[in-house]
Design a protein around this ligand. Structure first.
Ligand code: 1QQ
Length: 392
């Protein structure tokens, strides 16, 4: 009798504790991206997008009147850092969901842990093949390389119809770069071009003499580089310094103004496919809000990683509102585990009008997006600053 009573009381206590997890404070959403290491060259633009989204959506009523708060946990650049960040966000900060990590390489280690804990994850910049298939709780707003990367090859051919021989270079220790290079190689072959040489490197490399020598020896008309920002930028620089004169396509890992100090004047002309254009649709109110906020703060247009991270936060905000509508309860009155479960369902329902245009996430968590672009880097005469000019 007594035992039953104690059990009942402790059950009650558990329920109360569980409910108290979200009571009386802003709804916590985790942001686990790279704020340190070389990968912060990419992650910095994600932090900026998240912060703009936090202010914008809270100024516009938060989650049906309840504010939300972003909790930032640096992942650094490797798998262990991403796992640590995710664990802190899930277990200590008790977030309802996580935007992150920066790299696919990190996602393949950290996302399965969130998936097992039934915490929804939205990848802001994980573009490798296989990310949504990690599990039921993993989605992304970053279109896969298979969809994005071919656009750059098409643009290069449009600008240089005589391209025949191609050099493909990629960082073989990184999951995204391996995946992206696979897409580039398939695209090149499908377009009837010849892959004259395939050169591999490591994201930690700084000297690319061997690879550049092979590219020059193969006498190619196009070089395609899949690396992260520091190694990729250095590789481009050394290609030019050692005399390669043809067009260069950079992959998504070079898709940041933070490569400008790395390759300097030699960044000029790199073509990079884009899943975002700041000026795609002048009637897109939410994009206009992002562009305005970003311009006010940074005096330039927002880059792709900023727009994608803004979008990831937006998906969480709109899906949380849908959870309240579907359950007829306030998020703050629900158990955390229940919120996470319902949130994951609602993320995959309906469409979102975002800075990337109209998007949806299918049952697997894969993004469906309508428009893609290509930009070309134009360096300023100071050879340190420059910009992305949209050519398609
Ligand atoms: C990935 C990527 C990175 C280059 C984004 C920062 O696309 O790892 O999937």
């Amino acid at each position: 009798m007594k035992r039953v009573a104690i059990a009942a009381i402790s059950l009650l206590a558990v329920a109360t504790v569980a409910q108290a997890e979200l009571v009386g404070k802003p709804i916590p959403i985790g942001i686990g991206v790279a704020q340190t290491s070389n990968v912060a060259l990419l992650g910095e633009e994600e932090v900026n997008g998240a912060k703009i989204a936090e202010k914008y959506f809270n100024d516009n009523g938060g989650i049906n009147g309840t504010p939300f708060k972003l909790i930032f946990q640096d992942t650094g650049g490797d798998e262990a850092g991403a796992i640590n960040s995710f664990q802190n966000l899930m277990n200590r900060d008790k977030v309802v969901g996580i935007v992150g990590p920066t790299l696919s390489q990190q996602a393949f280690s950290a996302d399965p842990i969130a998936n097992r804990a039934k915490v929804p994850v939205i990848g802001p910049s994980n573009t490798a093949k296989g990310i949504p298939q990690i599990g039921e709780y993993v989605g992304r707003v970053s279109a896969p390389v298979a969809v994005v990367a071919p656009n750059a090859v098409k643009q290069a051919l449009k600008e240089h119809p005589n391209i025949k021989k191609v050099a493909v270079l990629y960082a073989q220790n990184d999951a995204f770069n391996t995946s992206e290079s696979g897409t580039f190689q398939e695209t090149v072959k499908k377009m009837g071009l010849q892959i004259a040489t395939i050169q591999k490197f490591q994201t930690t490399d700084t000297d690319f003499t061997t690879q550049v020598t092979a590219v020059l020896g193969a006498n190619v008309d196009l070089a395609i580089v899949s690396g992260l920002s520091a190694d990729g930028g250095n590789l481009v620089k050394q290609l030019r310094q050692l005399g390669y004169k043809g067009p260069i396509i950079g992959g998504n890992g070079l898709n940041t103004v933070n490569i400008f100090p790395v390759c300097g004047q030699y960044c000029d002309g790199i073509l990079i496919a884009q899943a975002y254009s700041p000026s795609a649709d002048p009637k897109n109110a939410i994009n206009n809000a992002l562009v305005k906020a970003y311009r006010d703060k940074y005096k330039k247009d927002p880059p792709q990683f900023t727009a994608q991270t803004f979008t990831a936060v937006q998906v969480f905000v709109e899906a949380l509102k849908k959870v309240e509508a579907a359950t007829k309860k306030k998020i703050t009155q629900m158990e955390l585990a229940k919120v996470r479960e319902e949130l994951n369902k609602q993320i995959r329902v309906g469409t979102y009008i975002t800075p990337l245009g109209k998007i949806s996430l299918d049952h697997e968590g894969e993004i469906h997006q309508e428009n893609f672009y290509v930009a070309k880097i134009k360096m300023n005469p100071d050879n340190k600053t420059g910009k992305y000019i949209y050519v398609k």
